[in-house]
Design a protein around this ligand. Structure first.
Ligand SMILES: NC(=O)c1ccc[n+]([C@@H]2O[C@H](COP(=O)([O-])OP(=O)(O)OC[C@H]3O[C@@H](n4cnc5c(N)ncnc54)[C@H](OP(=O)(O)O)[C@@H]3O)[C@@H](O)[C@H]2O)c1
Length: 337
């Protein structure tokens, strides 16, 4: 089978297409013929050595992928041959709170990922995908979709009438926009581009703020909410946005700490504004199988379609990574096999 493998050092130059034997499913496992994957900035971080610089190699990268089950190992009875499934980002996190040992079971590092024609996974590490989705749409769900669901629906408990702020127009942000809208919230989205803000409005965003021409976007949120502030902010910028996220929050509101698009350390974190707002700061780390399954039910019920910016063929996977590195996608980047 064909697969892309990271071997011999960090960087995209060390990701090569290779031929590997088709793996066999062991007890409780299934063999999946992969049909589509999607990319996340973490995948590039793994390749560049930003995440887990001590990881073992060779490594098949990419956490998110879907495919069709083509063989069952001994005792595997949860799925049938022919069903379409997605891998769960954190393979061993089934439900409830995660434990430290769950973090060693994430796909695409330290475990081999999905950028291969065939993958073997334990049946416990899979979910069925909503029937109305194409393979490339379904492949966007495991990381960005579940992360947004966890922030908005699970920890955020967003409800009708809430004001939710999402940042930028990448994968997590647009999922958070879609989920907040289906729960009845009013959504403010920020972007560096007026054209992307228009596209976000077409997806249901109620108000857009260009954070490049209006860097004090927190003040714009306060003005839009008549000084009350937002109920919930999905912080994706990290270093340059966290203080402003707290500033734009209502008293008792929640910031979901999710992203590090502008850097992973806030040097001048302002504690007092957080105390004054009695802010809840909730870090999010993707999510459990239970969250993935509840999100899929909501996606099916509302016939929601993920937003895909661009799709590449498997043979051009390296071009897909180069496009991801530009950091300008509106929604997700998929690869089809
Ligand atoms: N904690 C977790 O479990 C988890 C899970 C998934 C992702 N993440 C993190 O969440 C972040 C977003 O992930 P993603 O996959 O959605 O990324 P993405 O699709 O690559 O997002 C790209 C978009 O981010 C926006 N952006 C860039 N810098 C920004 C800034 N300073 N402020 C606001 N927006 C900015 C840009 O939107 P515009 O062009 O519209 O400005 C760009 O199009 C990443 O840092 C990722 O590592 C964390």
């Amino acid at each position: 089978m064909k697969a892309f493998v990271l071997h011999g050092g960090f960087g995209l130059d060390n990701v090569k297409e290779v031929d590997l034997p088709v793996p066999s499913p062991g007890p409780g496992q299934v063999l999946i013929q992969i049909q589509a994957v999607s990319l996340n900035s973490r995948d590039m971080g793994v390749i560049d050595g930003f995440y887990e610089p001590n990881r073992t190699e060779p490594l098949i990268p990419v956490s998110d992928g879907v495919g069709t089950i083509i063989a069952l190992g001994d005792g595997a009875a949860k799925f049938q041959v022919g069903e379409r499934v997605s891998g769960i980002f954190t393979q061993s996190w089934v439900s409830g709170e995660p434990a430290q040992e769950n973090w060693v079971s994430t796909l695409g590092s330290p475990l081999d990922g999905m950028l291969a024609e065939y993958v073997v996974l334990p049946e416990e590490g899979l979910v069925r995908i909503p029937e109305h989705l194409t393979n490339e749409e379904a492949a966007t769900l495991a990381c960005a979709g579940v992360t947004a669901w966890h922030a908005i629906a699970v920890e955020g408990q967003v409800k009708a009438g809430d004001v939710v702020v999402v940042q930028g127009t990448g994968g997590v942000s647009l999922f958070a926009l879609q989920f907040a809208k289906l729960l009845g919230a009013r959504v403010i989205i920020t972007s560096s581009s007026d054209e992307k803000l228009e596209r976000a409005r077409a997806l249901g965003a109620d108000y857009g703020i260009n954070y490049r021409t209006n860097p004090e976007w927190d003040q714009a949120v306060l003005a839009y909410t008549q000084g009350r502030g937002a109920d919930h902010i999905v912080d994706l910028g990290g270093a340059s946005t966290l203080n402003r996220s707290i500033s734009a929050l209502k008293v008792g509101g929640q910031v979901s700490i999710v992203g590090i698009l502008s850097g992973a350390a806030v040097e001048d974190f302002a504690i007092v504004p957080a105390i004054i707002r009695k802010a809840r700061l909730q870090a999010i780390n993707v999510g459990s199988r239970e969250m993935f399954e509840s999100m899929n039910r909501a996606i099916a019920q509302h016939a929601l379609h993920p937003v895909i910016d661009r799709t590449f063929p498997f043979a051009r996977s390296l071009d897909a990574f180069r496009y991801l590195s530009q950091g300008s996608a509106f929604g997700k980047i998929s690869i089809v096999f």
